[in-house]
Design a protein. Structure first.
Length: 284
């Protein structure tokens, strides 16, 4: 019997997962190097979608200390990748919400302390490793900055040029029309249509203060279509931070979950994803 690979991937989300990486991984806190290692792991705690780093404890250039305070509450943000998928933790769920047994520590250097920023999991396969809070440090992979979270080696982004006629409308108002879109294919996510700004009615929209980061594409800025109740932060564009995403730099994409998208004359079905509502976890 054939196996649908995406079902296999979703099926392991409830488990504690790890994968060694060959990259040189460095973390800095207030200008002080906390770790510099060639032996890091990528770690996904149970129900986590995105990975963070675990590093060998003997290679830490900082002290681990018993938390000096009661700790901070990390609210849980649940998300479902599709209607039939299990409920997972989206990346807004803080580091302090652990879903596997272990012990939490402060990370202490001569210059600063990162409260609760290290976690030693109770798992024999991860013996000698501590997991570090990505948001507490500045990170480098080899000599390049990374943002958001580490890239998942099993998660892929492909961008392809297209001459298909693409039209975007909302509440009967055409917001974009082009035959020069770049199509972005991302693992287990809907196709995103990135449109040249000259083909977008930006005059009908207002730039918002919303900003999000993606470790594969960069930092996104957003536009709202004030003519619709569902138009909040409906479109976005990425900066030029990463060469990997050069084909979409400066182009504008819309949530196909919340607009009427017509491709080559065919109205597309709105996918149901975490971004189907304006309060979703950010652009993709």
């Amino acid at each position: 019997m054939a196996t649908k690979l995406s079902d296999v991937i979703v099926g392991v989300f409830p488990q504690l997962r790890y994968q060694p990486t060959a990259k040189r991984i460095r973390a800095r806190l207030a200008g002080h190097t906390v770790v510099d290692t060639l032996h890091a792991y990528l770690i996904w705690e149970p129900r986590r979608i995105t990975p963070i780093f675990a590093v060998p404890e003997p290679e830490l250039l900082a002290e681990l200390a018993t938390p000096g305070g009661p700790g901070t509450d990390s609210p849980e943000f649940g998300v479902k990748l599709s209607v039939d998928a299990p409920r997972l933790l989206d990346p807004r769920t803080g580091f302090g919400r652990h879903t596997t047994p272990g012990e939490q520590f402060d990370v202490v250097t001569a210059a600063a302390t990162a409260p609760g920023a290290a976690f030693r999991p109770e798992d024999p396969d991860l013996a000698g490793y501590v997991v570090l809070d990505f948001g507490a440090f500045e990170w480098l992979e080899d000599d390049e900055e990374i943002i958001g979270h580490p890239r998942d080696p099993f998660h892929r982004v492909d961008i392809r040029a297209s001459s298909l006629d693409v039209e975007v409308s909302l509440d009967g108002v055409t917001l974009a029309s082009t035959n020069g879109a770049q199509l972005l294919y991302e693992t287990m996510l809907p196709v995103r249509y990135y449109i040249p700004p000259a083909d977008v009615r930006l005059d009908l929209m207002e730039e918002s203060h919303e900003r999000t980061v993606c470790p594969y594409k960069g930092e996104a800025r957003y536009w709202t279509f004030p003519g619709s109740e569902s138009g909040s932060n409906i479109a976005w564009s990425y900066d030029r931070r990463f060469r990997d995403a050069a084909q979409i730099h400066g182009l504008v994409s819309f949530y196909n979950e919340r607009v009427d998208l017509t491709v080559d004359g065919v109205l597309q079905t709105r996918p149901v994803t975490p971004w189907s509502r304006p309060s979703g976890p950010g652009a993709l």
